[in-house]
Design a protein around this ligand. Sequence first.
Ligand code: SF4
Ligand code: SF4
Length: 66
Amino acid sequence: MATLRISTERCKSCGYCILACPSKALRLSGQLNKEGYDYVANDESKCTKCGICYTVCPDNVFEILE
Ligand code: SF4
Ligand code: SF4
């Protein structure tokens, strides 16, 4: 089964992925990375590994691993 990897240190908290996710699997975690951005977290039980977040994120936060 595919895995969604989130490189939280790259996240700039723009929220594009949260708006784009059709499964509402993404949210801001409420925790800050080293750059001071509230980074994104994924609800694995909702995520279908569709890859849309990978496509929209301008900061290459997401990877889908097969
Ligand atoms: S892979 Fe698809 S379902 Fe999973 S978090 Fe990204 S946009 Fe949402
Ligand atoms: S689109 Fe990328 S940089 Fe923006 S909130 Fe989502 S993961 Fe973070």
